[in-house]
Ligand binder design. Structure first.
Ligand code: HEC
Length: 160
């Protein structure tokens, strides 16, 4: 092989490797592990423990929402801020890497967006102390729960 031919081969190998890396990055960051659901939603296929992990986080939202609405009904803005921040970014830590790779980018964006909004709700509840304002923010955030549930569902991988 001439030096020029060897260089061309090397460049072709590098290009192929870059394509493989780009493909993997797309799969892990953007696409996730998604199939079409019969009801028109998109099904994210997860392992048993991963599904349990996300559903537990979802039920955590309901716990927080109960506390938040209870606090708002009592005009207790300190408790409202605490309830909102229990659903903030701090609640989103420790998501296993294998799970992150299976979640499509849109799902992660919406999910983290909701956590961030609860942090903003907590800050405003603390600084403004206006229950009506907090309720308005909450309604907007709940629309994100609705939007995601209308788009995605989970299924267990076969032979898990
Ligand atoms: C990024 C997407 C997304 C967001 C945002 C989201 N969810 Fe979910 N949630 C899901 C999916 C997917 C499921 C599983 C539904 C299925 O498989 O049919 C689920 C399931 C649940 C469940 C059922 C839990 C169980 O144990 O079965 C509850 C309750 C829930 N979500 C509440 C909420 C609330 C409240 C919010 C907003 C504060 C929220 N979710 C935001 C995607 C989301």
């Amino acid at each position: 092989m001439t030096p020029a031919a060897r260089q061309r081969t090397l460049l072709a190998v590098i290009a192929a490797l870059l394509l493989v890396i780009a493909g993997m990055a797309y799969k892990f960051i953007v696409a996730g592990s998604v199939v079409a659901a019969p009801d028109g939603r998109r099904t994210i296929v997860l392992a048993d423990g991963e599904r349990a992990f996300v559903l537990a986080e979802m039920r955590g939202f309901v716990v927080g929402l109960q506390k938040l609405t209870d606090a708002l009904a009592r005009d207790d803005m300190k408790a409202a801020a605490a309830a909102a921040s229990s659903m903030g970014m701090a609640a989103a830590h420790d998501v296993p890497g294998t799970l992150v790779a299976k979640l499509p980018l849109e799902f992660k964006t919406m999910g983290f967006g909701v956590h961030r909004e609860f942090d903003a709700i907590a800050l405003d509840a603390q600084s403004l102390g206006d229950p009506k304002h907090t309720l308005k923010q909450l309604a907007a955030t709940l629309a994100q729960c609705v939007a995601c549930h209308a788009t995605y569902q989970f299924a267990l991988a076969p032979g898990r």
